[in-house]
Design a protein around this ligand. Sequence first.
Ligand SMILES: [Zn+2]
Length: 434
Amino acid sequence: MRTTPLESWIVDRTGILERSREKLEAYQLVRIREMINHAKKNSIYYKEKLKDLHEDDIKTLKDLQRLPFTFPRDISCNPFDFLCVPQHEVKRIVTLNTSGTTGDGKRIFFTEEDLNLTVDFFKFGMSCLTDNKDRVLVLLPGSSYGSIGDLLQKALSMSKTECVVHGVLTDTEEVAKCIEEKDINCIVGIPLQILYLSRAKRELFKRRIKKVLLSTDYVPSILVQELARYGCSVFTHYGMTEMGYGGGVECEALNGYHMREGDLYFEIVHPDTGKAVENGQYGEVVFTTLNRQAMPLIRYRTGDIASFSSKACSCGTFLNTMNKVLGRLNNRVVLQENQFLYLRELDEIVLSFEEVMDYKASMDTNENLVLELAVQDKEVFRRIEGKAARRIKEALQYKLGYEPEIKVLFNGEGKPTQITNSMIKRKIYDHRKG
Ligand SMILES: [Zn+2]
């Protein structure tokens, strides 16, 4: 097995010369101290937030734990307070959905140099799964300058790998035609969109697609297993816009991500106490940018749940391994005291029916769980209706200790539904009072 290509990249880029954790952490500490100075000097937010911090207060990486967290709502309230460069140096602004918050909306700023760092990460990240003999289809937004698709295309063209940036999936026929015409063998896309495509175009997928990179949302294991049965290698990537899109990517061991440790410093903390958790224990992912110019972030709370692996990766790297992200912390509904239903649990149950192309989950005003299943046609729906509802009930009863009432509704005519068809993070809709 090949050691993750991220390792050589990080060693070269950071100039640490040696493949060792100690050297890498020493580099991270220097960069964190410089980044704090940059942020304190140039951002209104950090100038105030860190006004009592002195340069000597951060002597080790552990000392960083004494600094306050930055929360997404801090950015939504006053995004411009985070800006550290003159506005004419900002080459890309991303406005993110911030339902339920007030203020200006969450905006993330990047300079040209910030974007180039991501291109560099994508170049090496993609080399975990592709080389210049591959033909890659990107089912992510790519029409604007500095968008994720645009940066991926730049990265792949640097390594002379053919790449078609299509944008998100809206029409399976059109994408199927593109796969045939361009002889595509690798797809980068959103998990539920890839699931939709692979189920709508099963034979084509089996025949053509040998590699897949899933990104931007929770990856159901059921999808990984299904694509593996088609003979497809499934890699996952973890990242978010605030990280500069890219955060970490799996190596050939396919057992968790190696992180972009030359640009980002990661911690995992208990979501309630904010204290660091032991390796192997789950908690909330927190990161600090090491090289970001336009908008450095210090101890940013991602809301994503993951753990660091306590074992060395079988690829032999000295880099950390983060176990697959379990989804978002708030991606759940309360059923009763201390009992939660997570979207990821529903994914594994509902999507285990290969007839289901997509679904939407909500709690209605009467505390019933309502599942709207999207299937190819009404006949398929009638065939699985009783069976699906029964199996889903059984699985949930096992978890809950009582049988929830489930309504299964037919939705869709073989076209991607609104949920699958967007970049919006999926969730369980809660229509209950209070
Ligand atoms: Zn590895």
